[in-house]
Design a protein around this ligand. Structure first.
Ligand SMILES: Cc1ncc(COP(=O)(O)O)c(C=O)c1O
Length: 386
């Protein structure tokens, strides 16, 4: 018989690309008694959850709820419901998550037109306008905040162009939601998905989604059944809507956690939360520039919540990352794909985004870089974090 001790994870400062630090009240909410998923008290909580999600997404969309699954499930939810085999779709690809969207769309049987930009740069309205010439796509999809590169694509104009061309506009807001402005109705977004583990500062496990009436109607009028039973919006609507028809057993405790995380977001206020992310990004940027380091994403379009830092000459990125984790308990992320070995990804998402965390990171990172032979001025950097 094997004997296993209870799992006791170490305490870390989560400054990677997600998950971010989770506030104690969110963790505690998961320790509350589990209710049945059709219990009227749980159902009442679901209503509050939907209301708070509408506020955070800045939408009046009725069809706004958390899909049971991570951000990738939200991506599949949006694409699998709106795409029928043979549909033409335009997808912006400028990193890992645009690449994933194109893959999911092709698995739905779509004819995928990729609009590509070098990793670290944005997708422009001009590129989308050009791709729309002579085409009549079912949808256009773009990643708002590319977590793999640190670039924020402005989407309002892209959404307008898509609508004018008669296409639905789909947005990945996994990393942007609650960390910088996301305005679903004002921007005319038809389908959006996010994740709980980034700027909402909740554990991973749910994917808040929202669909416009136009998108819901598109899914209802399909010629073919939605290929995924689990993610079919027509079935999920009966569970999350007024009918409360059993569909699947909702992850009860995760919904408690999201309820508390959203409550904290709204108590802080969206505008204040965005400003906090902007200010702490500014502090980190000034400190790292004082150390002679530079940001890798396109100037003017750098994310507040995910900072892509170029690895200086002569430094082995994995050594620094590993030492930060083992010596200081700080997790940061590595570069992916063409950026592997070339950048570090430092997250300042949700509860992680504080001045104290920026200072702690700069002190530890500077010490390790110096140890590795880099001649950075850590004292000058720390002055920027005062
Ligand atoms: C922009 C973006 N889209 C989609 C995803 C996929 O989310 P998940 O890993 O929660 O499935 C991520 C995850 O990091 C992401 O950053």
């Amino acid at each position: 018989m094997i004997s296993i001790n209870p799992f006791n994870p170490p305490s870390r400062l989560l400054m990677g690309p997600g998950p971010s630090d989770v506030p104690p009240s969110v963790l505690l909410s998961m320790a509350r008694p589990v209710l049945g998923h059709l219990d009227p008290v749980f159902v009442g909580m679901m209503e509050e959850l939907k209301g708070m999600l509408r506020e955070v997404y800045q939408t009046a969309n009725d069809m706004t709820f958390p899909v049971s699954g991570t951000g990738s499930a939200g991506m599949e939810f949006c694409l699998v419901n709106l795409i029928e085999p043979g549909d033409e779709v335009i997808i912006g690809v400028n990193g890992v998550f645009g690449t994933r969207m194109a893959d999911v769309a092709s698995r739905c049987g779509a004819k995928v037109i990729k609009v590509e930009s070098p990793w670290g740069t944005i997708i422009t309205p001009e590129q989308i306008a050009q791709a729309l010439v002579g085409r009549n796509p079912k949808l256009v999809a773009v990643v708002h905040a590319e977590t793999s590169t640190g670039a924020l694509t402005p989407v309002e104009e892209i959404s307008r162009l898509s609508r004018e061309a008669g296409a639905l506009f789909v947005l990945d807001a996994v990393t942007s939601l609650a960390g910088c402005p996301v305005r679903i109705d004002a921007w005319g977004v038809d389908a959006v998905y996010s994740g709980t583990q980034k700027c909402l500062s909740c554990p991973p496990g749910l994917s808040p989604v929202s669909m416009s009436a136009r998108a819901v109607e598109t899914a209802a009028r399909r010629k073919s059944k939605v290929q995924s039973w689990y993610l079919d919006v027509n079935l999920l609507a009966a569970y999350w809507g007024q009918d409360r028809v059993y569909h699947h057993t909702a992850p009860i405790s995760m919904n408690y956690a999201l309820h508390e995380a959203l409550r904290l977001v709204l108590a802080e206020g969206l505008e204040s939360r965005w400003r906090r992310h902007e200010q702490n990004h500014g502090m980190l940027k000034r400190a790292l520039e004082a150390m002679g380091l530079s940001f890798a994403a396109q100037p003017g379009h750098q994310l507040w919540q995910l900072n892509a830092i170029s690895v200086p000459e002569g430094i082995e990125e994995s050594v620094v990352r590993r030492r930060l984790l083992l010596e200081d308990g700080i997790e940061i992320g590595a570069g992916l794909g063409p950026l592997k070995g070339k950048i570090w990804r430092v997250g300042l998402m949700g509860a992680t985004s504080t001045g104290a965390n920026v200072r702690r990171f700069v002190a530890a990172f500077g010490r390790i870089l110096k140890d590795c032979g880099n001649r950075c001025d850590v004292a000058a950097a720390l002055k920027e974090c005062a």
